[in-house]
Write a protein that binds this ligand. Structure first.
Ligand code: ARG
Length: 406
């Protein structure tokens, strides 16, 4: 019986050619695994193409729910947005793909797993390092990193080896899509001076075509997880898909990011992530109501660390588990509803309420309901300002000004 390799199969040219290339080079049986993590890929077509390319088995696994629950929600709760711009859609799905790939590899007794990443991107790191974390004994093969074929050579290879070519026009961009967002790179986007052309986008309308009238949406969170839109409870996947549509219609969700890859390259990537952008904003607004100042500040630091961990391929690490434990602990009281206005490319938080809010009207108000003890401030300021007053008296003020000594 031939040895087995489990290939993470996207349905594109690279991974289709990889099926044949791997089968020949390793005299192995290739099991193509395609994950449904949302987005609009034609999965049945991909499955058929894998079989035609010579895979012995082509599996499609629906992992949308798992993606939302185990990857997207924790990342949202943590506040992770890479370099303040990228909500990490592609980066979050990679460890999930690896998880399923390793599961299948162990079930069928494969000696190796393979993926179609090139040697320039972050994704190769995410595949390789996450695989190492889950199954350190498995061999990892990255054909596109090894074979040195140009796109034209790949097409030649496909033709001469009976790998079916996709008919129809292929966009000049490299696109990766899932439930949490769409990543678009290459082609004319490689000129950072050039405004991204409209055809790069698929989920969001240009602002000029967005409706004149705003749309308001109320997002309800329970312990940091969104559970309802406009009061209607729904499963996470549906909630994200609905928000994509609503926000996308109003031109919300586009990002144009010059990003620092883990492999040292600066690259220009364009993203469409309407739901992610709206949910991160709303979640943060609710935290502003329910977390103490210290918690909120510490969380900002953790958010950055969490984003790096996701981006840098370190999902299956104890470090991420530790960060998660902290983040989960902070979410105990992050429950309530946030009202967001979607209008002409902007998502703006315009209202928030929570039964567990630390915002207290009687403390904040300037009218007669005020319960704050104004007199107590005197003593507080006397002690708080004591070291400043002391230093000024003994050593003089810094700089020039009234009361300056010498
Ligand atoms: N730059 C993003 C990341 O490193 C996305 C990479 C994949 N992008 C693509 N258009 N294929 O996570």
């Amino acid at each position: 019986m031939a040895e087995k390799i489990v290939l993470a199969y996207s349905g594109g040219l690279d991974t289709s050619v990889a099926i044949k290339w791997l089968a020949e080079r390793y005299s192995a049986e290739i099991i193509a695994l395609t994950l449904d993590v949302g987005g609009s890929r034609a999965l049945e077509r991909a499955r058929q193409r894998a079989l035609k390319a010579g895979a012995s088995q082509a599996l499609v696994v629906d992992a949308k729910d798992q993606f939302a629950k185990e990857y997207v929600w924790p990342a949202l709760q943590s506040g992770a947005i890479y370099e303040g711009e990228y909500p990490l859609a592609t980066a979050l799905a990679r460890p999930l793909i690896v998880w399923h790939q390793v599961k299948v590899a162990l079930e069928v007794g494969a000696f190796a797993v393979a993926h179609g990443c090139t040697g320039k991107g972050n994704d190769q790191v995410r595949f390789d390092v996450n695989t190492a974390a889950l199954a350190p004994h498995l061999k990892i093969i990255a054909p596109a990193r090894e074979w040195g074929m140009s796109r034209e050579q790949e097409i030649e290879y496909a033709k001469s080896h009976g790998v079916p070519l996709e008919l129809g026009t292929r966009s000049s961009y490299s696109v990766d899509e899932n439930l949490w967002g769409r990543s678009i790179e290459a082609g004319d986007l490689e000129d950072p001076w050039r405004e991204p052309p409209e055809e790069a986008f698929a989920w969001t309308r240009p602002v000029k075509d967005a409706p004149e009238e705003p749309r308001y949406v109320e997002i309800t969170f329970r312990q940091g997880i969104p559970v309802a839109l406009d009061g209607e409870e729904m499963p996470g996947v549906l909630l994200i898909e609905r928000l994509h549509q609503w926000a996308g219609e109003h031109g919300v969700g586009r990002v144009d990011h010059i990003e620092n890859r883990l492999v040292g390259i600066k690259s220009r990537e364009v993203y469409e992530a309407p739901a992610a952008l709206v949910l991160h904003k709303a979640h943060k607004a609710l935290e502003a109501m329910t977390l103490s100042k210290d918690q909120a500040r510490m969380k900002e630091r953790v958010a950055q660390e969490y984003a790096d961990v996701v981006y840098n391929g370190l999902w299956f690490t104890q470090h991420r588990q530790d960060l998660d434990a902290y983040v989960q602990s902070t979410q105990r009281h992050v429950s309530g509803t946030v009202r967001v206005r979607l209008h002409k490319g902007a998502a703006t938080v315009v209202g928030r309420r929570s039964d567990e809010a630390l915002y207290q009207y009687q403390l904040a108000t300037y009218d007669k309901a005020d319960q704050f003890d104004h007199k107590a401030s005197e003593g507080f300021i006397a002690i708080y300002g004591l070291p400043v007053r002391t230093q000024a008296r003994i050593q003089g003020r810094e700089g020039k000004g009234p009361g300056q000594r010498g």
